[in-house]
Design a protein around this ligand. Structure first.
Ligand code: FAD
Length: 470
């Protein structure tokens, strides 16, 4: 009998649990990839991400070829279309078992349930492996058996449980005998990509991702704690796009970091432990998404915050999107996003908090814009980050945490280097002026006046939260 590996957000052959299971099953394996642009668009995915996904599919095809595995890629529309296509394909090739890695978001869970039923009706088994998190959602719970609502407590319990977990990544699957059909041509896969120039910032593929991980661990991870908050420094791993499409395994990231720390979780290098802490944030948000299906329906994590009368002010939203708010650091971050498809984490917090707390615009509009622009768009991390910033989410600190964009700028872009790079009209200002240019300087540079006054805006948002929550 023929078996199949159904690739989704796990576009790699290395350390891929479902592929490992398929290749150890003793049958020939057909690799399947079903591209669903209409579904991705419903989830607000933009051109940069879609192109990156397809480029990674092409890179996967090459790796599979080396491993003797045939790759059948098909263009579908939505998830339900992909399920129909999968069933037809399996019937046609007489596939008796399909292997896949589980996903955590609601539409993905529904797709997998309906695929399992439809395949079962046709006599084919769909078998899942676990890949998106190290510990399964639902396995890390409070003493009362409920999910954690704050990160620090989750992390403590998670660290306790992880010690029983096998972390060594799988080696490459053993060479397979190809099935008698041709793989889908690279040109065909790329012909589905949105017509836009290839993104020079993010070369695709597992090899690139692995090299980037190696070089980060060798050169930068030790200094991560000091460098991670300075956007003008290349101090973070920039692995998020590869993790988002699964070109790199999360387990390998944990493993390489631990290896560099003598397999110690809570002693040794502060830089390494700080990086591991960020990977656990990723884990935390995946667990939240899986255990709270309402998050995938656009609900606030804290139901009482649904009453906040957020604005749907298109003009404010547009100024923010275009990087024209008159707050230099906010604008620099938004322009970095628009140009490269990625934004530094410090600035994701600053810009998200600015849209919600200064402009009082509904966080869901910012969340959707990030999904549309980010090459690393990931529902759980993005939704978690937005709800954290808007104080509707899983955050131990109450709503009155509001970043001052000027203060953030003075702290994290002290000399103004990052602003100069992305807001070149301000490049002649010195490192004191650049954080908050005077009216005359703005006029001379052709840079807008602040869209709102910091203090007035913050007073208003605090009053609005207080009204609704007390
Ligand atoms: P590093 O600092 O090197 O961290 C390593 C990895 O840890 C990252 O690649 C990422 O997978 C994970 N990670 C780090 N910080 C976080 C975090 N706060 N939450 C969850 N995972 C984290 N991350 C995404 O991958 N996709 C998103 O769509 C996304 N949207 C965000 C939106 C907002 C409003 C905020 C505040 C954060 C968002 N993040 C998102 C989290 C974080 O900003 C990025 O993961 C990080 O900037 C990626 O850069 P890096 O790979 O160099 O990270």
């Amino acid at each position: 009998p023929l078996h199949a590996m159904w690739f989704r957000n796990d576009l790699r052959i290395l350390d891929n649990p479902a592929l490992q299971a398929a290749c150890s099953s003793g049958s020939k394996v057909l690799a399947i990839y079903l591209y669903t642009p209409d579904q991705h668009k419903l989830h607000h995915a933009g051109d940069t991400k879609l192109r990156f996904v397809l480029e990674n599919a092409v890179s996967l095809r090459r790796d599979l070829e080396q491993a003797g595995i045939t790759f059948a890629a098909l263009r579908c529309t939505t998830y339900s279309d992909s399920v129909n296509t999968l069933v037809k394909l399996c019937k046609h090739h007489n596939v008796t078992r399909v292997f896949a890695n589980r996903e955590m978001e609601l539409n993905e869970i529904r797709r997998d349930r309906s695929a399992q039923q439809a395949l079962a009706a046709a006599g084919t088994e769909l078998q899942f492996s676990h890949d998106q998190t190290l510990l399964k959602p639902g396995s890390v719970l409070t003493g009362a058996g409920t999910p954690f609502k704050v990160f620090s407590a989750f992390k403590r319990a998670w660290l306790k449980d992880i010690s029983n977990c096998e972390l060594t990544p799988f080696s490459a699957p053993k060479k397979q005998t190809p099935v008698e059909m041709d793989s889908t041509a690279e040109e065909e896969i790329l012909s589905w990509a949105p017509k836009q120039p290839a993104n020079q910032w993010w070369p695709a593929g597992s090899q690139v991702a692995q090299q980037q991980l190696d070089s980060f661990v060798q050169r930068s991870i030790e200094q991560y704690k000091e460098t991670r908050d300075t956007p003008s420094i290349d101090g973070t791993s920039r692995l998020s796009p590869y993790l988002a499409v699964g070109a790199l395994s999360l387990r390998r990231c944990f493993y390489e970091a631990l290896l560099a720390n003598n397999m110690e979780w809570d002693s040794g290098s502060v830089g390494i432990r700080t990086w591991i802490n960020e990977l656990i944030w990723r884990e935390f948000y995946k667990h939240l998404t899986c255990l709270n299906p309402d998050l995938s329906k656009g609900c606030a994590f804290q139901p009482k915050t649904e009453a906040i009368p957020w604005l749907h002010d298109r003009q404010r939203l547009q100024c923010w999107q275009q990087g024209k708010t008159g707050y230099p650091l906010v604008d620099a971050g938004m322009r970095q996003l628009n140009e490269t498809g990625w934004m530094h984490n410090r600035l994701r917090m600053v810009t998200a908090m600015f849209l919600t707390k200064h402009l009082f615009v509904n966080w869901r509009l910012g969340e959707a814009y990030f999904m549309q622009k980010l090459v690393d768009a990931d529902f759980s991390a993005n939704n978690g980050g937005w709800q954290w910033s808007a104080s509707t989410g899983a955050d131990a600190v109450p709503y009155f945490r509001v970043f001052s964009p000027q203060r953030q700028s003075e702290r994290f872009d002290r000399d103004g280097d990052f602003i100069r790079q992305w807001v070149p009209e301000l490049s002649t200002l010195n490192s004191k002026q650049i954080h908050n240019p005077s009216a005359a300087q703005r006029e001379a540079c052709g840079y807008p006046a602040p869209i709102v006054d910091h203090k007035t805006a913050v007073d208003q948002v605090k009053a609005a939260f207080k009204d609704q929550l007390n």
